[in-house]
Design a protein around this ligand. Structure first.
Ligand SMILES: [Zn+2]
Length: 282
C-alpha cells in the first residue's frame, strides 16, 4: 500500500500525542489516589472502598467532584457543598503526578510504534516506586512520621523488583543479598526499639526507605541523595544552633525536619536527572 511519507509521519506524531495524553490522564488519576491515600492511611481508613467525602462538611462527593485537576479548577478550589477552601495541595500533587508520568514515558523512550514489553514493565515498576515515594514523603510532611504500612509496601515491591531483575539478569545476586540483609536488620531493629525509644522508629523508617531507594534508583542516585540531604540538614542544624544560643533548651530542631519528605523529593529529582543524561539507573 502506498502512503505518502510526510502523511505517515504526521499520523504517527498524532498517535504520540494521544499516547502521551492518555499517560497524563493515568498520571493525574494516580495523583488523585495519592492525595486520598496520604489523608486516609495515617487515620487507618479504607483507601479503596469508602466513598470520598469533604473533610470539612463530610458531604459525600459525586462523580463530578472527583475528576482529577478539572474538578478543582471548575469548582474554583472550593467545596461544592459547604464552600470551604480545598487545599491547593490536591491540585499540585495531581498535576505533578501527571507531569511525572509523561516525563517518565518520554525518558524511557515509550512510543506507539516501538512499544516493547520490557519498556512497559520498566515503566510500571518506576510507577510503583513513585507511588511509594509520594505516599512516604506526603505522610511525612503532614504528620512527620514514616508510615509502617507504606514502608512495608516499599519492601514488597523492592523484593518483587529484585526477583524480576534476577530473572532477566543473573549477575547482581550479591547486591540483592545485601539489600535483603539491610531490610532484615532494619526491620528487626525497628521492632526491638519500638516500645522504649519512639524516636528511633523514625530513623529505621528512613533507613528502610533508603534501602528501597537503592533497589529502584541504584547506588549512585541513592548516594547522591543521601549525601546532599545529610549536608543540607547539617548546615540547617548548625545555623539553627547558632541562632538559638540564648535558649539552649529548645535544641531539638531535628524533630522539626521531615527527613523522609526532602529525601523523597531529591531522590526523584536525581533520578530524573540521571535518566535525562541517557544513563542507566542500575
Ligand atoms: Zn464541604
Amino acid at each position: 500500500m502506498y502512503m505518502p511519507k510526510n502523511l505517515k509521519i504526521k499520523g504517527m506524531k498524532n498517535m504520540e500525542y494521544i499516547l502521551y495524553l492518555f499517560i497524563f490522564a493515568i498520571g493525574i488519576t494516580f495523583g488523585s489516589f495519592y492525595t486520598l491515600a496520604i489523608y486516609r492511611i495515617p487515620k487507618t481508613e479504607d483507601i479503596l472502598h469508602t466513598h470520598s467525602y469533604c473533610p470539612n462538611c463530610e458531604h459525600k462527593l459525586g462523580f463530578w467532584d472527583l475528576i482529577p485537576l478539572f474538578s478543582y479548577a471548575f469548582l474554583g478550589g472550593k467545596c461544592r457543598y459547604c464552600g470551604e477552601k480545598i487545599r491547593p495541595r490536591y491540585f499540585v500533587i495531581e498535576f505533578l503526578s501527571g507531569a511525572f508520568f509523561v516525563l517518565l514515558a518520554y525518558l524511557l523512550n515509550i512510543k506507539t510504534y516501538d512499544l516493547t514489553i520490557y519498556k512497559i514493565i520498566d515503566f510500571a515498576f518506576i510507577v510503583l516506586y513513585f507511588t511509594f515515594v509520594v505516599l512516604m514523603a506526603g505522610i511525612d510532611k503532614e504528620y512527620r512520621k514514616i508510615q509502617r504500612g507504606v514502608t512495608l509496601y516499599g519492601i514488597i515491591i523492592g523484593i518483587i523488583y529484585m526477583i524480576y531483575l534476577y530473572i532477566i539478569d543473573h549477575t547482581s545476586i550479591y547486591r540483592y543479598g545485601i539489600y535483603l540483609i539491610c531490610y532484615t536488620i532494619f526491620i528487626i531493629l525497628s521492632n526491638i526499639t519500638l516500645k522504649k525509644y519512639a524516636k528511633n522508629k523514625y530513623i529505621y523508617g528512613i533507613l528502610i526507605t533508603i534501602t528501597t531507594m537503592a533497589i529502584f534508583t541504584g547506588i549512585r542516585v541513592t548516594a547522591l541523595t543521601v549525601i546532599t540531604i545529610s549536608l543540607s540538614i547539617l548546615i540547617y542544624l548548625l545555623i539553627k544552633k547558632v541562632q538559638n544560643r540564648k535558649n539552649p533548651k529548645r535544641n531539638d530542631f531535628y524533630k522539626s525536619i521531615c527527613v523522609g519528605y526532602i529525601l523523597g523529593i531529591s531522590n526523584i529529582a536525581f533520578m530524573i536527572y540521571v535518566l535525562f543524561q541517557n544513563q542507566y539507573l542500575l
